[in-house]
Design a binder for this molecule. Structure first.
Ligand code: ARG
Length: 355
């Protein structure tokens, strides 16, 4: 009899590479890794080789950047998806899409298991679990394996396990700090190490997309973003697709020191967590659309939108993407943004965006 199969969400990092070995050992399953490219990492190069050398029977890589932008990021932008007024939900928006790809790939391979690398302490496990259960609910049920939640290894034990399994893994950045980093087109989230002390200013080497405002160029840069019904469609007068727009804005705004967010966040599991983000494009686009809305929405529309935006942000943050309520709120937003078309001019200078 052939073995059962498990599709594992795979970044190529240490935890997910150990997971390949661990699932094979512990569950006696064949492992297929799935890497979803949502832009700016995970480092896609070398992912297939790493997955194969860890013992996966197949390695699937899907480029889902366009889908991510058009079906997740832009609807959230239009809906005011800023959690606790500062976090653009970059990681939270990615999880439902990754879950969708996991379930689709599992169906394709006839796998009865899917796996994600989340621990038992964060939001992401809830987002994956809820999305996977919702999406697989209409067919053969799919079981979830979460190695990092189940194995109970410390960081050192993980390293030992990796060494025993013959895996060569290095994840240490400068100064031997090992931040927990999650990144995609919409943003980069940095957690852990010295950042857990809220009294400590993030060290410069924690950042990779943005320059310090103090070192940013001495001359301001002016850009113009065009919107059509609440969706950004042009940059400096030229039509542009969403992925390229976000990539460009991350570079331009990042250079001017825009996009650093540092706050104490309420996780849905009840923990408070110090979070540092780099989200240059998101900051620019939210500033732009908010300015446009002051001209295109009535006072009452603005009030209702702002109330619904809070509910929407919590809902997305909490992993309830695949719900009717999210669709209901987006229907309101689509209707409210009917006249949100036009250009917004912004000045970028030393960490500030001025409309
Ligand atoms: N706190 C954010 C969220 O829950 C980001 C988590 C990102 N994960 C990470 N390993 N840095 O959406």
């Amino acid at each position: 009899m052939s073995k059962g199969k498990c599709v594992l969400a795979y970044s190529g990092g240490m935890d997910s590479t150990i997971s390949v070995v661990w699932i094979k050992e512990k569950y006696d399953l064949d492992v297929i890794t799935l890497t979803v490219d949502l832009g700016a990492g995970p480092e896609i190069e070398g992912v297939r080789e790493k997955s194969k050398s860890a013992g996966a029977i197949d390695s699937v890589v899907i480029d889902a950047k366009d889908e991510f932008v058009n079906e997740y990021i832009f609807p959230a932008l239009k809906s005011g998806g800023m959690y606790e007024d500062v976090y653009a939900l970059s990681t939270a928006l990615a999880r439902p899409l990754m879950s969708k790809k996991l379930v689709e790939t599992a169906r394709k391979y006839g796998a009865e298991y899917v796996s994600h690398g989340c621990t038992g302490k964060g939001n992401d496990q809830v987002r994956f679990d809820a999305s996977i259960m919702t999406l697989s609910g209409d067919g053969e049920s799919i079981k979830i394996i979460a190695p990092a939640r189940e194995w109970g290894m410390t960081r050192d034990e993980e390293k030992e396990y990796a060494a025993k399994a013959g895996l060569e893994l290095r994840e240490v950045g400068d100064n031997n700090r090992v931040y927990s980093i999650d990144r995609n087109l919409w943003g980069l989230a940095i957690e852990g190490e010295d950042l857990e002390d809220t009294w400590v200013e993030p060290p410069e080497d924690a950042f990779s997309w943005t320059s310090n405002a103090e070192d940013a160029p001495d001359t301001p840069e002016i850009i113009e973003i065009g919107f059509d019904k609440g969706i950004p469609i042009s940059l400096n007068g030229e039509k542009i697709d969403g992925v390229t727009l976000i990539e460009k804005l991350n570079v331009t705004a990042g250079k001017h020191g825009i996009g650093r967010v540092d706050h104490l966040e309420n996780r849905l599991v009840g923990i408070k967590s110090r979070e540092v983000y780099e989200t240059p494009a998101a900051i620019i686009l939210y500033n732009a659309i908010s300015a446009l809305e002051t001209a295109t929405l009535s006072r009452e529309q603005q009030r209702i939108k702002s109330n619904l935006s809070k509910i929407y942000s919590d809902l997305v943050y909490d992993g309830r993407w695949f719900t009717l309520l999210r669709e209901n709120i987006e229907s309101f937003m689509n209707s409210a943004q009917k006249f949100s078309s036009g250009d917004v001019k912004l000045k970028l200078y030393k960490g500030n965006v001025t409309v």
